[in-house]
Structure formats: structure tokens, C-alpha cells
Design a protein around this ligand. Structure first.
Ligand code: FES
Length: 128
């Protein structure tokens, strides 16, 4: 299986990996194919993703794509971040081996789940 240099670089030096203290939203998703799990935490200020971290218990491609999605989402509005697709992540990495494409879905879904969790928390706050 061939990984691009960029995938290997992100796998070896993942950006934004780790836990966040008191996040505003958390998305936890699992891949039913392999059982791998990833979690994305976001801090939101003025509708923008001010800080973002991920933890992935999965393969190298899952780690690399999770890291890239956090980089792409940082500083974006929630609406912009929601539009990030796994295809964009894969392109950023210069491609993934076909058997590993499904791994990049975790990154996209994790980010969307974190934003959805943030919105649900806001709605609960408003409801009092
Ligand atoms: Fe499970 Fe890649 S093999 S996420």
C-alpha cells in the first residue's frame, strides 16, 4: 500500500492532536468497517472555530486525515467548516490508497458531529 509523503508526514507529526479542556462541542464517531474511533473537540467564538483538537484510535490514514481536517477547519465559521468534505481532505494529502478512502470519512463526520453537538448545547442553554 502506497501512502503519499504528505500522509506519512501528517501521520508522523499530527497537528492538533490531544484533549481539549472544556470544549464547546465534541463529536465522536466510529467506523463500522474497521471499528476505529475518532473524537473532535471544538472551541467556538463569534461563530468561528477558534480552537480544535482531535484524538483518533485508528489507522495511519485516519490519524492523517483527522489532523488535516482540524487544520482546514481552524478559523472558519461553523457554516464554512460544515462544508469541508473528505474529498477535500484526501486532495490536500495528495490522495489515499483506495482501500483507505473510507478512513477519511471519519474526519468529515467527526467535524460535523462536533458542530452539531455545539449547536445542541447552545439550544439547550437558550432553552434555559
Ligand atoms: Fe479504520 Fe482506517 S482502517 S479508519
Amino acid at each position: 500500500m502506497e501512502y503519499t509523503e504528505k500522509v506519512l508526514e501528517y501521520f508522523r507529526n499530527p497537528r492538533n492532536m490531544g484533549k481539549m479542556e472544556n470544549p464547546d462541542g465534541v463529536g465522536r464517531v466510529g467506523n463500522p468497517v474497521c471499528g476505529d474511533v475518532m473524537e473532535i473537540s471544538i472551541r467556538v467564538k463569534d461563530n468561528r472555530i477558534e480552537d480544535i483538537k482531535f484524538e483518533t484510535f485508528g489507522c495511519g490514514a485516519a490519524i492523517a486525515t483527522s489532523s488535516v481536517v482540524t487544520e482546514l477547519a481552524r478559523g472558519k465559521t461553523l457554516e464554512e467548516a460544515e462544508k469541508i468534505t473528505n474529498q477535500q481532505v484526501v486532495e490536500f494529502l495528495g490522495g489515499l490508497p483506495p482501500v483507505k478512502k473510507h478512513c477519511s470519512l471519519l474526519a468529515e463526520e467527526g467535524l460535523k458531529a462536533a458542530i452539531a453537538d455545539y449547536r445542541a448545547r447552545q439550544a439547550r442553554k437558550k432553552a434555559g
